[in-house]
Design a binder for this molecule. Structure first.
Ligand code: OSB
Ligand code: MG
Length: 370
């Protein structure tokens, strides 16, 4: 396939409910969508860079010029045998993994459509349904959080993850556990703690959590290994794992027992498969993280979650938890027992609603092969 053009679009979509983590609260998403064009067919992907450089150092306004000036040009006009051939073409650019992932994944999507294959099978998926959990942000009150958990459990979600930070942690977990002693429960700190808070972190052990996600520095592995030695609760790394080498290092030093794979954070499907492979070889369970994606990114997360190592429920949940109206058709829905089925159909199994995207677009740029 020859990549004839790449389109960047920014759409803006208000969240149904604000989302708050230890680094801040967000009400409306600014989402960068990428389209790769070849032979009259379009592949779509979402750049998961946020509105601010807080979760990672990338953000939407860094990703845009990085793609137009450095990532799209080496790919445009190239005859690619397969989507993973994008990787060496953009390897010269250091970092900017979310920007790279958006272009690479659009080309995976394109290849699936051009060859009429299911994307999940191209990736090596084996599951015909994926187990779903939810990630619930910090709320205005404990009462509001308990109500949200109740709603999500009633909807069938198999695992509840709550965001924590100092002041919104042990007190909250006591209330959750006294009401639901046995649910599958995790916490995500998004780097809100330091190793000198060890005595406080030990308090998490009493709640038999499935995991504590990224308690320490976003770029750290060594101190997580020191912490894991001191905790009963399994550490899961998110931010710290940028590539397969990081996963191998983290597992060699026992910095975690579980890994969260986000395809954008590691730089695209090819690297996500490499991280998955490292974890498979060592029998370490992985799960698919979320970045408050629109349907375009969400369906890619579903495809990735079909791989055999995705043994724990992910943060991949229904469209309606985020959006009044999603930009794909049908919207992503979750069964009453907490699964998303994966159909054996070409592409992603979902149609991109270009009409709606057009209405939501606030800027657009197309770059063509010379
Ligand atoms: O750490 O997993 C995270 C959202 C934005 C940034 C970081 C994270 C998250 C989530 C949301 O937890 C997961 C979802 O998409 O529902
Ligand atoms: Mg996380």
């Amino acid at each position: 396939m020859k990549i004839e053009a790449i389109t960047l679009r920014e759409i803006q979509m208000p969240l149904v409910h604000f989302f708050e983590t230890s680094f801040g609260r967000i009400y409306t998403r600014r989402i960068l969508l990428i389209t790769a064009h070849s032979q009259g067919v379009q592949g779509w992907a979402e750049c998961v860079a946020g509105e601010d450089p807080f979760y990672s150092d990338e953000w939407i306004d860094s990703a845009w010029p990085t793609i137009t000036q450095y990532i799209a040009p080496p790919v445009l006009g190239q005859e690619l045998a397969q989507a993973r051939d994008v990787v060496p073409l953009v390897a010269k650019v250091r970092g900017h993994r979310m920007a790279k992932a958006a272009v690479e994944n659009a080309i995976w999507d394109l290849e699936a459509r051009l060859t009429q294959q299911p994307l999940w099978k191209m990736l090596g998926g084996t599951r015909t349904r994926i187990a779903c959990g939810v990630s619930i942000g910090i709320q205005d009150s404990h009462q509001q959080l308990l109500q949200k958990i109740e709603t999500e459990l009633a909807a069938g979600y198999q695992r509840i993850k709550v965001k924590v930070k100092p002041g919104w942690d042990i007190n909250v977990l006591e209330k959750i556990r006294s009401r639901w002693p046995d649910i599958l429960l995790s916490v995500d700190a998004n780097s809100a703690y330091r190793l000198d808070q060890l005595e406080h972190l030990r308090l998490f052990d009493q709640f038999h959590l499935l995991m504590i996600e990224q308690p320490l520095w976003y770029d750290d592995i060594y101190n997580h290994a020191r912490l894991q030695k001191e905790l009963k609760t399994s550490i899961c790394l998110d931010e710290s794992i940028r590539q397969a080498r990081d996963a191998a290092f983290a597992l060699d030093v026992d910095a975690c027992r579980i890994i969260n794979i986000k395809v954008g954070r590691v730089g695209g499907f090819t690297q996500a498969l490499a991280v998955h492979q490292v974890c498979r070889q060592r029998n370490i369970p992985v799960w698919c993280g979320g970045m408050l994606e629109s349907g375009v990114g969400r369906v890619h997360n579903i495809a990735l979650s079909s791989l055999p190592g995705f043994q724990l429920p992910g943060d991949v949940s229904a469209s309606q938890r985020y959006w009044k109206e999603d930009i794909i058709e049908p919207e992503v829905t979750v069964s009453a027992d907490g699964f998303i089925p994966i159909a054996d159909v070409p592409g992603t199994g979902y149609r991109v609603r270009e009409d709606l995207i057009e209405k939501l677009t606030v800027r657009q740029q197309t770059i063509r092969a010379a």
